[in-house]
Design a binder for this molecule. Structure first.
Ligand code: NAD
Length: 365
């Protein structure tokens, strides 16, 4: 992978605060740490590892994801800023190569002296965080006293469950899942526990995964139905829960949706901002991704603030349901989309954070 000249263009077009970067000669990889907004606190966001066509595509991903983290922390009401890291690798590293890369990345984080904290994202695992934790304390998801790793997926799944209940209530006046059909796209770290929570509550679970063996295994365990990946979009269901890749809600797919609600964990579900209006015009209630998928961030945010009370952590994750109720309520009242209502909440939180006294209060929490 070459040092693409587009890196400058990506940076020149961005209004975030900073990008810290390093080129890893041994593997030909780029490390990007994008800091979008520190109004509410130290930037905190996951580390994604992926093969991109160009380094600039990795940088673009980092800055887009960092913006999402600013929004996520703001609606969660937690004192962190928006940041995200991307390890843009030329090919997937295995064995010693992967270990060396992650240790050097940890060393890079250490040089940032606590100005960015990170955890898992696509392409990295809790085990990776444990490894990185050998060289820096600026990772979460690792209990340094016990060496125990914490997986964010089940927390994210719980938040999505609360979001689905809030959406059902907004549409039907009844949040119960009994007898509702929910299609979970992607049964990975989030989708699998989500499917389990839904099945426990009597929902009719449909699930789909590119990894067919995985889909069949989970479906067998839960008594769920497997839907081929190519049939997800047009499949009739009450709730479509995208829990795999982003960009699934577009001008091409939205007209074919056969659900009443979209609420899932995938980041960046909308192809472009106008897709929120398209969903609204079709009468599909959309739970903004950065709100409904905040369960893992909520849990890890509290853990990194020293919270150890599991009940308190669960309450924070469950609070996603309440936040969405109020966002759906504001959208219904104002006639706009839930995305517009959520974005307003973010803008208000950041404006409050910029008031000198409020910023001091948030940072002191
Ligand atoms: P994961 O890699 O563990 O699982 C993703 C699953 O989706 C895999 O099983 C994969 O085979 C499947 N998949 C990929 N493309 C697919 C497609 N087109 N159709 C059907 N299945 C497909 O990832 P994860 O940690 O479960 O995260 C899922 C999504 O949620 C991602 O977009 C991630 O950014 C987002 N997210 C995750 C967390 C978390 O706590 N893990 C938190 C917030 C957001």
């Amino acid at each position: 992978m070459s040092a693409d000249p587009l890196l400058q263009e990506v940076l020149a077009g961005w209004d975030g605060e900073a990008v810290m970067t390093r080129y890893d000669r041994q593997t030909g990889s780029w490390f990007f740490v994008a800091v979008h907004d520190t109004t509410l606190g130290t930037p905190n966001g996951g580390t994604r590892m992926r093969v991109y066509d160009h380094a600039a595509a990795g940088l673009e991903d980092a800055i887009r994801l960092a913006e999402g983290m600013t929004r996520k922390w703001a609606v969660l009401g937690l004192p962190f800023g928006g940041g995200k890291a991307v390890l843009a690798v030329p090919q997937w590293p295995e064995g010693d190569n992967r270990e060396g890369l992650l240790l050097r990345y940890g060393g890079f984080l250490e040089t940032l002296a606590g100005s960015f904290q990170t955890g898992v994202d696509l392409g990295t695992t809790p085990e990776d965080m444990l490894l990185i934790g050998r060289v820096t304390r600026n990772v979460h998801g690792v209990d340094f006293e016990t060496g125990r790793m914490i997986d964010p997926g089940p927390f994210t799944a719980r938040g999505v469950l609360r979001g689905i209940e809030a959406a059902l209530e907004a549409v039907d006046g009844d949040p119960t899942l009994e007898g509702r059909s929910v299609l979970v796209q992607g049964v990975g770290d989030v989708g699998e526990p989500l499917a389990g929570l839904l099945a426990e509550r009597g929902a009719r679970v449909l699930l789909s995964d590119l990894d067919v063996e995985r889909a069949v295994r989970v479906a067998g365990e839960l008594g769920a139905e497997v839907v081929p990946p190519s049939e997800v979009v047009g499949r009739a269901c009450d709730v479509y829960a995208p829990c795999a890749v982003g960009g699934v809600l577009t001008r091409e797919t939205i007209p074919r949706l056969a659900c009443r609600i979209v609420a899932g964990s995938a980041n960046a579900q909308l192809g472009e901002p106008g897709d929120a209006d398209r969903l609204h015009a079709r009468g599909v209630l959309y739970a903004p991704d950065y709100v409904v998928n905040g369960g893992g961030a909520a849990a890890f945010g509290l853990l990194s603030l020293g919270e150890r009370d599991e009940e308190r952590i669960r309450e924070q994750v469950d609070g996603i349901g309440e936040t969405l109720r109020s966002i759906f309520g504001a959208a219904a009242e104002g006639g706009g989309t839930p995305v517009a209502a959520a974005d307003r909440r973010v803008a208000e939180a950041l404006a409050r954070g910029r008031e000198p006294s409020a910023a001091a209060r948030v940072r002191a929490r």
